[in-house]
Design a protein around this ligand. Structure first.
Ligand code: GLA
Length: 742
């Protein structure tokens, strides 16, 4: 980790600093500062108001002088007289009073680690003993700030919470362009950018389990004009919560934007008993004055350090059987995939769905879920013989589980029908022929922990778990929660999930885990705290993957982005791609394969072997490097992105020609992130034939590569420039390894 030494030592010396009302009068600014950005709050008598969110300033005294009515908004937006905007906090106090008026009490500053400073601003209702603590964590080097809020009830009896957001962020720039990420199963993380107009735009999830299936809990707001990669002011936000969430974007009559983010208040009001507190999930925000590319690099750097498990450790190359075998496999077939995968250079085999169930064998998705006992008819030697096989081939073994769900046709459901989410007397709806278990129930939590732990204790050699969740809430209601607390289910369920994951991780701290929810349905930083990576999508059609991975890359780093090469034609799109195109697309993420090598041609096998070898070489740059998105597939029929190592000594460039249209105009590929003064050699990898780029070109200066760039040659638009890549047809692609000359 890069660290300003002065900064580090100041932090290490800083004890917790408390600032009370009087002291604050002298120094009434509260600065939430990272290396390049700052939120400036000012304590105005009893109020705490936000005045600025942007680039850091050399000094902040001017903010002490500005008019109070120039503030952007309160630190918390409560429901009260004369407050007509969407509230971030709306409660009914113990005596039925509807409004809340907060006053500043104190704020504290403490260092969590040399890079992270936590500021807690304590507020209290001016009549009631109802407290609100707004907790900011400023991640200095990564320019990411998290905001969460704790609501504390010291009133004589329960307070009812209706709106209890994580954060309220007022912004002013006149025009605002919202980029959201939408889709569904097989088509996640599509990007849509629209200008916000007067009124309220809400994006949310009410699906309970799948947080990112229809919309991702992530957004970009670009100020004044549409978001660009390398210029302009952009705010990025993503909620770290694995349940129902909501972001509202309200433009008022004066064109101010109010962003309220948190758990979805829809159908989830609850009683906060006297003496209790409720802490919201963290809302992560980042500001950039240099476009959205910087926002992505900020989140990636933050994620590798704080947002996911072991973000500084290389991920293994995986082969998974699912997309080729589905439920139809036997021991011999699996062993063949293991040894063929190992021959190619794969490092880990993952056995997917279908390995369990005796009374109700899991031979399709309508039965067996919940019965976590190996199906010896399919796998006579059990899991142990597959592990043995993997080890004898020198690779590791991983296993699929979906422990939060149950099929109606299962021993588990027959034994514990009351464990499924449902309401008395109502029809029970299924999704993918299954129900969601009620994780608010501690017995269910124990069952899941014991199931997963049991498997791992029986087979301590299991190295990796793919943790799936293939249903959203298809029913409403908890048989466990009290009648007057039913609307708490969404929150209690997510807390239950976190309890389960914490317990599993505590028992098995070394296990590598992938989060999956029918593909990219649970990609959020609430889950990723417990996982190393996610399965980006069940859609492995290489053309579609360019878009899915492009969208995902805005908030989530390549190291976590499972990207597998699968068989062609694709099962749903029916499209076929050359093996090179499939690998070239998958190699920009955490590479894997999801097919039976025995179905591949000799040529494809040779290509794959080399590609895996090359990936091992570029893996540190892809998995730990800085991402630069160069040409967007949304704007051109060619897309390009690159990763650059921390020291700028190595880079990898990806170029995809995903659509061929006569007369198309091709932009130059202007590289980014290199050292302008260094010289770089260029070498093509995953080469088929020799017409893409000549070997060992250069060395070129970083400046030349970034300003002059690389030109694209196509059959109808030939460039006679010195440095070109040739993209002759649709689904042509190029990967260039770029290395600094010592
Ligand atoms: C989900 C996952 C797939 C696979 C299947 C198994 O759809 O996304 O990768 O694991 O479940 O049923």
């Amino acid at each position: 980790m890069k660290m300003n030494l002065f900064f580090a030592s100041v932090f290490l010396l800083t004890a917790m600093i408390n600032v009370h009302g009087n002291a604050a009068a002298n120094n009434n600014l509260i600065l939430i500062e990272t290396s390049n950005t700052v939120l400036v709050y000012r304590i105005d008598q009893e109020d705490v108001n936000l005045y600025y969110f942007g680039e850091t300033l050399k000094q902040y005294d001017d903010f002490k002088l500005v008019e109070q009515n120039s503030h952007l908004g309160n630190i918390v937006s409560t429901y009260r007289g004369l407050a007509f905007n969407e509230s971030s906090l709306r409660v009914t106090h113990h005596d039925g009073v509807l409004s809340t008026e907060l006053e500043y009490v104190e704020h504290t500053v403490e260092s969590i680690d040399p890079n992270t400073r936590q500021t807690t601003v304590v507020l209290k209702d001016n009549i009631y003993d109802f407290y609100v603590d707004v907790v900011f964590r400023a991640y200095h080097q990564q320019d990411v700030i998290s905001i969460s809020t704790r609501y504390r009830n010291s009133e004589p009896s329960a307070v009812h919470l209706y709106h209890f957001a994580s954060s309220y962020l007022p912004v002013f720039s006149g025009r605002y362009f919202l980029t959201l990420f939408h889709g569904e199963w097989f088509g996640e993380m599509n990007m849509r950018e629209t200008e916000l107009v007067e009124g309220i735009r809400i994006i949310d999830s009410k699906q309970g389990v799948k947080t990112s299936d229809k919309f991702s809990p992530s957004f970009l707001v670009s100020l004044s004009h549409k978001a660009k990669e390398n210029s302009g002011e952009v705010i990025g936000g993503t909620l770290a919560w694995s349940g129902n969430w909501r972001h509202s974007f309200e433009i008022d009559h004066r064109r101010k934007l109010h962003i309220v983010s948190g758990i979805n208040p829809f159908g989830s009001d609850f009683r906060l008993e006297s003496g209790n507190s409720f802490t919201t999930p963290e809302m992560l925000i980042s500001y950039s004055s240099k476009g959205k590319g910087q926002i992505s690099r900020n989140f990636h750097a933050w994620a590798r350090e704080y947002g996911l498990l072991a973000g500084n450790e290389e991920r293994p190359l995986i082969i998974n059987n699912w997309e080729d075998t589905f439920f139809s496999f036997d021991e011999e077939m699996i062993k063949e995939i293991i040894s063929d995968g190992a021959d190619l250079g794969i490092e880990l085999f993952v056995l997917d769905d279908g390995w369990f169930g005796t009374e109700y064998p899991r031979d399709n998705d309508s039965q067996g879920l919940g019965d976590w006992v190996v199906n010896r008819e399919k796998l006579p030697g059990g899991i142990e013989s597959l592990i043995e096989k993997a080890h004898s081939e020198g690779i590791k073994f991983g296993l699929w589980v979906e422990p939060e769900m149950v099929n109606k046709d299962s021993e588990l459901f027959k034994k514990h029908p009351e464990w499924a989410i449902q309401e008395p007397g109502r029809r029970m709806y299924e999704q993918r022929n299954q129900y969601v278990l009620d994780l608010s129930n501690p017995e269910v939590q124990d069952f899941i922990v014991n199931t997963v732990s049991g498997i791992l204790e029986e087979h301590p050699e299991i190295y990796y778990i793919k943790w799936d969740a293939n249903s959203h809430f298809s029913n409403v209601g908890s048989p466990y929660l009290a009648a007057n607390n039913q609307s708490y289910l969404g929150i209690a369920h997510t807390h239950g999930l976190y309890t389960v994951l914490e317990r599993v991780r505590a028992k098995h701290p070394d296990i590598i885990m992938q989060v999956c929810a029918s593909g990219g349905g649970r990609i959020d930083y609430g889950s990723l705290k417990y996982f190393h990576e996610f399965w980006s999508s069940d859609n492995t059609d290489a053309y579609q993957r360019i878009f899915i991975q492009w969208g995902t890359s805005h908030f989530f780093p390549a190291i976590a982005m499972g990207a597998h090469v699968s068989d062609v034609p694709n099962g749903i799109t029916r499209r076929s791609f050359p093996i090179k195109f499939r690998f070239d697309v998958a190699m920009s993420g955490r590479l894997g394969m999801e097919l039976q090598p025995s179905h591949m041609t000799e040529e494809e096998l040779d290509f794959s072997k080399n590609a895996l070898k090359y990936y091992k070489r570029i893996r540190p740059v892809v998995q730990f490097g800085d991402l630069y998105r160069l040409i967007s597939p949304y704007e051109h029929n060619v897309a390009s992105l690159m990763y650059v190592s921390d020291s700028k000594s190595k880079a990898v460039l990806f170029v995809y020609h995903h659509k061929w249209i006569y007369g198309d105009v091709y932009p130059d590929i202007k590289l980014q992130g290199l050292d302008p003064d260094a010289r770089y050699l260029i070498r093509e990898i995953n080469k088929v034939g020799d017409f893409y780029i000549e070997d060992g070109q250069g060395p070129f200066s970083g400046e030349f590569l970034m300003k002059n760039g690389i030109k694209i040659n196509t059959p109808f638009s030939r460039s006679d420039a010195h440095l070109t890549v040739s993209l002759m047809g649709e689904y042509d692609s190029v990967i260039l390894e770029i290395e600094k000359v010592q």
